[in-house]
Write a protein that binds this ligand. Structure first.
Ligand SMILES: [Zn+2]
Ligand SMILES: [Zn+2]
Length: 301
């Protein structure tokens, strides 16, 4: 079994394996004063586990659960705060945690587990120190663009009659979504969509050989927040889409759940804009204006 070696963990001197995690952490700390606490905790985790695939698998699974449900809690509190209700786009409540958990333990678990061996095969690094914040930000931005493209086409295909009826209909149970509903979908759909989230970094590392597992984690957290927030049902004056006009946000996906058509992309608005699949009153208005302008141009000829 591949075990992170001493160099990956930043060790230079002699190292005898202590029994407890804290013991390993102290050993790593002694030899690595230049590393920050997260890097030391990370290195100690791999040294202590002695099985890298298992170490990554457990860490990934726990991280996914903590951030998924953790990100939902603020939305549940907001739902119970009358003062913020005026920002809610639609109103309905939830009974879906069990299906979400079921797909976490069935279809997502194997992908989480297989990620480490596949990505390290293509040259993913998981040693310390971590990459610079700029490199991480660049990789994460690339993954957002890649995933959004995959999501647009797959989601659009899932709205095709038979595929919709057999797979995607379940996700549309809630015409007014809420955070927890982000991963409320057929296990097959969860698996196919997760392929965009997990497959994008794998494709990237297979082409460039440049990826760190910590960047992957930051990307997963970013993508989880994007998915949960876009299902939150809230469009605040301070929501990201008002700063970045090409960011989809809750307003974009909420309309998709309300009308069942258009707005197929996940993070950005450009695919729907370019291929004229935007939905909602604003998009309809723009479409009317375009038609009028074309008509006027024709008359002027
Ligand atoms: Zn849909
Ligand atoms: Zn949705």
């Amino acid at each position: 079994m591949a075990t992170i070696n001493a160099t990956l963990a930043g060790l230079t001197g002699a190292f005898s394996q202590p029994d407890t995690y804290l013991g390993v952490f102290e050993e790593v700390t002694k030899q690595n004063i230049q590393l920050n606490i997260v890097e030391r905790a990370w290195a100690a985790w791999y040294l202590w586990m002695q099985n890298d695939i298992l170490a990554t698998g457990i860490m990934s699974f726990v991280m996914h659960e903590v951030f998924y449900f953790g990100r939902c809690i603020p939305w549940m509190i907001i739902d119970r705060t009358p003062f913020l209700n005026k920002y809610k786009i639609q109103n309905e409540q939830w009974e879906c945690a069990s299906l979400v958990l079921l797909s976490h333990f069935t279809v997502e678990l194997p992908q989480i587990w297989l990620f480490h061996p596949i990505a390290t095969y293509f040259g993913m690094d998981y040693g310390v120190p971590f990459p610079s914040i700029w490199k991480m930000a660049m990789h994460i931005a690339i993954f957002f663009v890649m995933e959004d493209t995959w999501h647009y086409w797959l989601h659009r295909a899932l709205h095709y009659g038979p595929l919709y009826k057999n797979i995607h209909k379940l996700h549309h149970t809630y015409s007014a979504p809420f955070g927890l509903a982000a991963e409320y979908a057929s296990p097959l759909e969860v698996m196919l969509l997760a392929l965009g989230t997990v497959g994008s970094p794998i494709l990237w590392v297979s082409l460039t050989g440049d990826l760190h597992l910590f960047t992957m984690y930051a990307w997963i957290v970013g993508r989880l927040f994007q998915a949960i927030d876009s299902h939150s049902g809230y469009d605040f004056p301070w929501s990201l889409r008002h700063v970045l006009p090409f960011w989809a946000g809750a307003e974009h996906h909420d309309i998709h759940h309300e009308r069942f058509i258009g707005n197929y992309a996940s993070s950005f608005r450009w695919w729907d804009y370019m291929l004229d699949t935007e939905s909602g009153p604003e998009a309809a208005k723009r479409r009317r204006e375009r038609k009028m302008a074309a008509l006027k141009a024709k008359k002027a000829q």
